[in-house]
Design a protein around this ligand. Structure first.
Ligand code: CMP
Length: 139
């Protein structure tokens, strides 16, 4: 059975470009309810832990350095079938390949700086939500 939460991060470049407001608006328009949210900055060690599943990938160093380079917004979002619904809504990982109107197409810069993260499975959504938010901070 598919779950009803996913974890998103608005990445440092999208924050720097002033896209927090537009992206949160788009998230609301898509029918996702914010369960928890924070404006924060990851240390390199935290970024390495968050992206642990990609440790062996050639882009792991670049990814974790970028994700710890400036503030981010992390949020737990709720909707039926949230993981897949949000992945569809944000568009392809590479903004240049994302469909028109998707968050990554609208606000992404390139493959690494693709505006937002979205969990890729229910299992990872729970792991990632727990990474940022104890259940006492979810409403
Ligand atoms: P995200 O959804 O945060 O999950 C892992 C991230 O790795 C992905 O978005 C991309 O930003 C990044 N990524 C994937 N492939 C590459 C790549 N080839 N080079 C740089 N970054 C990548």
């Amino acid at each position: 059975m598919s779950g009803n939460i996913t974890l998103t991060m608005i990445k440092p470049m999208a924050v720097k470009k002033g896209f927090i407001g537009p992206i949160l608006n788009k998230i609301a328009e898509g029918g996702f309810r914010i369960v928890a949210m924070k404006y924060t900055k990851l240390s390199l060690e935290q970024a390495q832990k968050f992206y642990e599943v990609h440790r062996e990938r050639p882009f792991y160093g670049e990814l974790t350095e970028f994700m710890s380079s400036g503030p981010i917004v992390a949020a737990v979002l709720e909707k039926d079938n949230a993981v897949q619904a949000y992945r569809d809504y944000i568009g392809a990982t590479d903004p240049s390949k994302a469909e028109e109107g998707t968050i990554r197409k609208l606000y992404g810069t390139n493959l690494g700086m693709n505006a937002v993260h979205g969990s890729d499975s229910d299992e990872n959504a729970n792991i990632e939500a727990n990474f940022f938010f104890p259940t006492s901070e979810r409403y």
